[in-house]
Design a protein around this ligand. Structure first.
Ligand code: WT7
Length: 632
């Protein structure tokens, strides 16, 4: 049942095997899962198409590997522990048996509403167990879920609904977060104003706030599950049938739908979960991500539940009602593995160590980090004050596209080095490339991070636009998957991720395309042109700095920047709101009209004495004007 590695030599041994004979390596792991029919061929691939297929003609349902598989051995063990936003409110614990029954009930609802294999279902929900139940019910009936983070605006939601042609939306009335009660259903209502694709909306009642229900389209969750059977026969899926679509930002304007498939994702999310976190039966594991992101998919829902783990789902925020909330929850449930983002660590670090003092944190065995490079200061704070220097830290590098963790220590096995993601997991063949397309071999090298060989959890396509998948990931370096990240391999052969080398910025661990933010800014009627760059931000990792050329009309600068911020919030969501907006008379452009972002980045980060060559600019004076008006 378990393919867990136990020692460093075991890791090296498995790694060697995985490179020497990847097919046998993964086939052996896949054999410990439940298949309705075993696959005929383990792998078929080329990165030119790209065309990657794992476990060809294998038949399965991922939920049987989560539910049926664990029912008889651990039916009464907690699968999901839900901790509500308000500390005093009752929590919820769903055992594997209860999860099975709830998923079956909701599967029967989906069937009743006419959902069929291959249909797309949008999940726009807060962090409640029903979000996980919804995902699993989709997977059980063969529908393809696309979870949209409930902080995205109605516009962003509408784009995603249109792109994947969703037939059903699963949502809630509202969402509690900290001291706020946030409307959710009304956002969906707005998103549906200009489309008739969605025939059914099912609304989970969480806050009790008033909503309008459209007759014939909208139904209450608690009403539709009433009387539904607690069993449901899982639909047979092919390994390469779509499991889910998750939208993510890239360097071009429109977010793309990353497609993951049933077989490979199942094997990869479980294998990586078990090995990286060294999860052992009985442990309580907590990942603080939101199910709206890939981390929530792979390491709150699929990976842990495929392992038979107890996974915590937390509805609230780290600082409510006070910055000790995370630590309180760790003690309350005796959490063994804790997985969070550097941005959360830095936000809590600001409050000092007093909020930690009341808590023992002695159940902790492993700490994890994900989403952005972790700076050494945050690493040491986490290690000293939370892990009490006793817990290894797994700094896990991966992406929405990779489906699961790619480069990371195995907890307690791989020696740590602060701010290093350390070594690739078995099955992951990395290459560091120079700008000319030459692979940099050996140690002490720095370049662009690529992957040479397929792994089961990898992206198969970008939904509805395979060419875009090819262009984005498989064209920069022939025969390789390009990650978009810069990386250094040090003298020990350890990997340190340096951050994005494309026009993607990482704000609080959330990926944002600069073009996407620019498009939103440009929607404002008085904006003529804009350029967005990232700059180092103490808590968020990167902040958003926007240079905007405007027709000021009668506005004050303050009015206008507030309007622009409001419009970005409205078009994408609060996470994309620029931290700084500078109204500029012009942008630094080359004679061919290309914006020199390098200069804008330098100014934003305050490195004005290091602008490099500006002589090729059409109007070099504009740089001085930009420097003069720089926002601190
Ligand atoms: C980008 C992917 C993977 C889940 C969360 C983000 C950055 C992610 C690390 C890390 C340095 C990291 C990369 C990557 N990133 N983890 N441990 N160290 N950078 O998923 O939204 O798809 O973003 O996040 O730049 O390309 P995502």
């Amino acid at each position: 049942m378990s393919d867990r590695i136990h020692t460093l030599s075991g890791y090296f041994h498995e790694y060697q095997k995985s490179v020497a004979d990847p097919e046998n390596f993964w086939a052996k792991i896949a054999d410990s899962f439940h298949w309705k029919k075993r696959w005929d061929k383990t792998l078929d691939w080329n990165f030119e198409g790209p065309d990657v297929k794992w476990f060809l003609n294998g038949k399965l349902n991922i939920t049987e590997n989560i539910l049926e598989r664990h029912l008889y051995t651990m039916g009464d063990k907690p699968a999901i522990i839900w901790e509500p936003n308000e500390p005093g409110d009752p929590n919820r614990i769903l055992t594997y048996m209860e999860l099975y029954e709830e998923v079956c009930r909701f599967s029967n609802v989906l069937v009743e509403k006419g959902v069929e294999k291959g249909d797309k279902v949008i999940i726009y929900m807060p962090m409640v167990p029903e979000a996980a139940i919804a995902m699993l019910a989709c997977a059980r009936v063969g529908a393809v879920h696309s979870v949209v983070f409930a902080g995205f605006s109605s516009n962003a939601l509408a784009d995603r609904i249109e792109d994947c042609k969703a037939k059903v939306v699963l949502t809630s009335d509202g969402n509690f977060r900290g001291n706020k009660k946030i409307p959710v259903k009304s956002v969906v209502d707005e998103a549906l104003e200009n489309t008739d694709l969605v025939k059914t909306m099912i609304v989970y009642q969480r806050t009790g706030q008033e909503v309008t229900m459209k007759e014939g389209r909208d139904f209450w969750w608690h009403e539709v599950i009433e009387g539904k059977s607690k069993s449901h026969e899982a639909v047979e899926m092919d390994s390469e049938d779509e499991l889910f679509i998750l939208y993510t930002s890239g360097s071009t304007g429109k977010p793309k739908g990353v497609v993951h498939t049933c077989g490979g994702y199942m094997i990869y999310s479980k294998y990586t979960f078990e090995n990286v976190f060294q999860y052992t039966p009985g442990d309580v594991y907590w990942c603080t991500a939101d199910v709206g992101w890939i981390t929530g998919h792979s390491y709150i829902v699929y990976g842990p539940l495929l392992t038979g783990a107890t996974t915590i789902m937390f509805e609230g925020v780290p600082t409510y009602p006070n910055p000790g909330r995370f630590w309180e929850i760790i003690d309350k449930y005796k959490v063994n593995q804790f997985y969070t983002a550097p941005t959360a660590i830095r936000a809590l670090q600001v409050h000092g160590t007093d909020p930690i003092a009341p808590y023992k944190l002695d159940s902790l065995k492993v700490l994890g980090s994900v989403g952005e490079p972790i700076n050494e200061e945050a690493w040491h704070w986490y290690h000293t004050h939370i892990g009490k220097t006793r817990c290894p830290i797994v700094d896990t590098w991966w992406q929405t596209e990779t489906g699961g963790i790619m480069v990371s220590p195995l907890a307690g096995i791989t020696p740590n080095k602060p701010a290093f993601a350390t070594l690739p997991l078995p099955g992951v063949q990395l290459a560091i490339m120079d700008p000319e397309g030459k692979e940099l071999k050996g140690n002490s090298v720095e370049g662009n991070l690529c992957i040479k060989f397929p792994w089961p959890g990898m992206i198969r396509t970008t939904y509805g636009d395979h060419e875009r998948c090819k262009q984005t990931y498989f064209s920069a370096y022939k025969g390789m998957y390009f990650t978009g990240d810069g990386v250094k391999r040090d003298h020990d052969g350890y990997y340190r991720i340096l951050g994005r080398v494309d026009d993607v910025i990482n704000v609080s661990g959330h990926r944002m395309g600069t073009a996407e933010v620019e498009n939103a800014i440009n929607e404002h009627p008085l904006v003529v042109e804009s350029a967005v760059v990232g700059y180092p931000h103490k808590v968020k990792g990167q902040g958003i700095y926007a240079y905007v050329i405007c027709d000021m009309s009668n506005r004050t600068e303050e009015n206008l920047t507030n309007e622009i911020k409001a419009s970005v919030t409205n078009i994408i969501g609060p996470i994309a709101k620029p931290d700084k907006i500078q109204i500029v008379p012009g942008l630094p452009k080359t004679r061919s009209g290309k914006i020199m972002r390098r200069i804008l980045r330098k100014v934003a980060e305050g490195a004005m004495d290091n602008l490099g060559d500006t002589s090729t600019l059409l109007d070099p004076d504009v740089v001085d004007k930009i420097i003069a008006g720089r926002k601190e």
